[in-house]
Design a protein around this ligand. Structure first.
Ligand code: NAD
Ligand code: UD1
Length: 332
């Protein structure tokens, strides 16, 4: 298939592109390199043995995007492009809605113009907000607590409405839990600019000594050791879920939302200890107040993904930490 991959130069997109290319698909990455670098193309090529096509277009530029689609005529789209920092979204909601929602609408319009009606969208478990119960099932109420989460909810809704109007539309909203890890070759991984927002990239920097200590945001949650519990999923497992979701769009029209997690929750303390083992380094930490807006526990019920896609996670915590540590070392 001819697959347009928005945000394909980013963390999750780049790993997914290696699998698409290895499976024989023709891949066009559409990315403005806002949060990635063009050398990722060489790395994808090294891993997959095939170089993806690239078009450096901003998805909010509707006319330019439509021109790319008229020219490439994709069979399907994987839509990763967007902004993802929660704090930044709270400070600048309009920019988040412009890029994440406005950019998605431009994309859907460009698809409709060329009769492309298969799409897999990068949604997030953040659409659930503070869950009533864990593990979370897909029909749990959606009540995101910040503009980033809202932007994901709006895009899911726009796809639902488009699906009502166009019975040929096949759309899969993949609700990612907490992606972590790197490509086993250490050629691809997550390398956030500046101070990382998320736990594990920060832990990795503490292990190398780039950061002095980890601040643990609260140890008084109603969890086994008092620290926050999350469902960490290996980025390669997550990438594999996209190929299965793509298969579903080929088999079946309709709009679906699917959790992509492992079903296993780990606390901040468990994650620190797992990374300590993988890196054989000390991870100094200090417990501080809770981070505003944080929740105690967020864990997927992944059974719908298995039922619908035949997908389940295969790589465990040790492997996530080992791959992330190899990648971190490769950055030196
Ligand atoms: P990332 O920042 O590494 O990748 C996003 C890519 O999109 C980058 O290459 C960036 O340059 C590109 N991009 C951003 N704005 C663009 C625009 N206007 N036009 C074209 N390209 C643009 O992020 P990621 O971690 O790979 O996340 C991919 C998607 O998954 C995002 O939509 C994100 O919200 C979602 N998601 C991520 C996580 C996570 O923890 N990483 C969790 C849930 C959902
Ligand atoms: C964050 C985002 C969420 C996004 C998810 C996956 C916020 C508020 N939410 O959630 O929208 O979908 O990532 O990318 O940013 N922690 C520390 N010290 C740190 C960093 C984190 O103790 O320096 C703790 C947190 O309190 C939490 C856990 O580690 O308990 C995981 O945090 P993080 O990696 O930021 O992910 P989420 O909070 O799940």
């Amino acid at each position: 298939m001819r697959i347009a991959v928005t945000g394909g130069a980013g963390y999750i997109g780049s790993h997914t592109c290696t699998l698409l290319l290895a499976a024989g698909h023709d891949v066009l990455i559409i990315d403005n390199f806002n949060n990635s670098k063009s050398d990722v193309l060489d790395r994808i090529e090294k891993v997959a043995g095939v170089r993806p096509r690239i078009n450096q277009t901003d998805i909010t530029q509707a006319d330019a995007l439509s021109a790319v689609f008229s020219d490439y005529r994709p069979d399907a789209v994987l839509h990763f492009a967007g902004l993802k920092a929660v704090g930044e979204a709270v400070e600048n909601p309009l920019e988040y809605y412009r890029v994440n929602v406005g950019g998605s609408v431009s994309l859907f319009q460009a698809m409709e113009n060329v009769g492309c009606n298969k799409i897999v969208f990068s949604s997030s478990a953040t659409v659930y907000g503070d869950p009533d119960q864990v593990p979370i099932v897909e029909n749990h109420p959606l009540r995101p607590t910040n503009p980033y989460g809202q932007s994901k909810r709006y895009v899911e809704k726009i796809l639902e409405d488009w699906g009502q109007a166009n019975s040929n539309l096949a759309a899969v909203n993949l609700r990612y839990f907490n992606p972590f890890g790197a490509h086993p070759t250490a050629l691809l991984g997550e390398n956030p600019q500046g101070i990382p927002n998320n736990l594990m990239p920060y832990v990795a920097q503490v292990a190398t000594g780039q950061a002095a200590e980890l601040l643990v945001f609260g140890d008084d949650y109603d969890t086994p050791d008092g620290t926050g519990v999350r469902d960490y999923i290996h980025v390669m497992d997550l990438a594999a879920a996209h190929l299965k979701a793509l298969d579903l769009t080929v088999r079946k029209a309709g709009v679906k939302a699917i959790n992509v997690g492992t079903g296993n929750g780990y606390s901040v303390m468990q994650m620190i200890n797992a990374f300590k083992r993988a890196s054989n380094r000390e991870i100094p930490y200090r417990v501080v107040d809770r981070r505003p807006g944080d929740i105690a526990e967020c864990v997927a019920d992944p059974s719908f993904a298995f039922e619908l896609l035949g997908w389940k996670s295969e790589l465990g915590l040790e492997r996530m930490c080992a791959d992330a540590w190899s990648y971190q070392n490769s950055l030196k």
